[in-house]
Write a protein that binds this ligand. Structure first.
Ligand code: TXA
Ligand code: MG
Length: 333
């Protein structure tokens, strides 16, 4: 078994470049026994349970404090395992999976009867994704089961991109945590439904929508996805991914003016140079992929520092920033 870095915290540190088979076997045994395992994916950490075991899946909702009307994503090794979760696997699903799996794309399809209603929150469709992170893949291989997993945070809290975020959000004893280092994509997967009359974008995410559209043609976009407001699908609550303090999205000028006008400590997330007069000023890079990778860690940091206000410099318009802008709007909800 891998090292434990604190006596009470059941965390196994796993080198993503060579996952320790004994640590993976221990985690897989827990999944097979109907217990929870938090594991790294390239997007964010997931809180996993055996997908076809309704009693195991119920533990996910309890640990997250999440209402069961939010459906979960079923994580699979690849197309063969995905096909077992769905009633039909259309040619478009095959084309998308060939191009983007493993990776940050989730496909929603008509569900197979074996998938418990608790996984899909009673919907006739199921979400499937093949994660790219080597630790997630090693776990799926060793467990020989599909793994249902939402992001491994308390309901409506900031998604975790490190094992420490998971322990802090869920409490140290909620699940065995596999620590495979920080997630590199940093925001959740893009969710596309193929269960509607037209392919539909349900959530902006780590895979740019334009890359999907190169294969599907223009995706239908429910208003909530287009504008980052209201509910498009279960789980797309307006307020989501939120820190404890008040988060505001501001232009640079507005941000500078707002610093003095409210409770402290006040934190900021901006492009360089960081504004002066802020108690905790974090800078994020101007490259959208790097920004996405670091955003949730920045929010967790300011949250941990007890910031009562988080002032965020607005990000540029345009498709490269759309998923980030969406998450910031929801965090500010
Ligand atoms: O990157 C990710 O997707 C991460 C990692 C762990 O894979 N998972 C994640 O799960 O973000 P969660 O539960 O936080 O978000 C799942 C999203 C929600 O927006 C939910 O509404 C949508 O997927 N979803 C799941 N099943 C669905 C279904 N049958 N129909 C429509 N939307 C669905
Ligand atoms: Mg989530």
């Amino acid at each position: 078994m891998g090292p434990r870095y604190a006596p009470r915290v059941p965390t196994l540190v796993v080198d993503p470049s060579a996952p320790d088979p004994q640590a993976i076997a221990a985690a897989a045994a827990r999944i097979r026994a109907g217990e929870l395992v938090a594991f790294p994916t390239e997007t964010v950490y997931g809180l996993g349970a055996a997908a076809l075991d309704a009693r195991a899946v119920a533990k996910i909702y309890a640990a997250k404090g999440r209402p069961s009307y939010n459906p979960l994503i079923v994580h699979v090794l690849g197309v063969a395992q995905a096909r077992a979760q769905v009633r039909e696997w259309p040619p478009l699903a095959d084309a998308l999976a060939q191009r983007f799996w493993p990776g940050p794309l989730t496909l929603v399809l008509a569900k197979a009867a074996i998938v418990p209603d608790l996984v899909t929150a009673g919907l006739p469709s199921v979400a499937v994704r093949s994660p790219a992170h080597p630790v997630a893949r090693a776990l799926l291989e060793a467990a020989e089961l599909a793994i249902a997993a939402p992001s491994a945070n308390r309901f409506q809290a900031i998604s975790p991109t490190t094992a420490a975020h998971v322990a802090r959000s869920l409490g140290p004893d909620a699940a065995l945590i596999l620590d495979g280092g920080p997630s590199v994509v940093g925001i959740e997967s893009t969710v596309v439904s193929l269960a509607e009359a037209r392919p539909t974008l349900l959530r902006l995410g780590g895979l740019p929508a334009a890359e999907v559209e190169a294969i599907t043609g223009p995706l239908a976009r429910p208003d909530a996805v287009a504008h980052g407001v209201a509910r498009a699908s279960p789980g797309l609550d307006d307020r989501h991914y939120a820190p404890g303090g008040e988060l505001r999205l501001l232009s640079r000028e507005e941000l500078l003016a707002a610093v003095a006008a409210g409770p402290r400590p006040v934190g900021s997330i901006s492009f360089a140079p960081a504004p002066t007069g802020v108690d905790h000023a974090l800078e994020l890079p101007e490259d959208p992929r790097e920004y996405a990778r670091l955003l949730y860690a920045a929010l967790h940091t300011l949250d941990e520092l007890g910031c009562r206000r988080i002032l965020v410099e607005a990000v540029p318009e345009g498709p490269a920033w759309a998923a980030i802008a969406d998450r910031l709007r929801r965090a500010g909800g």
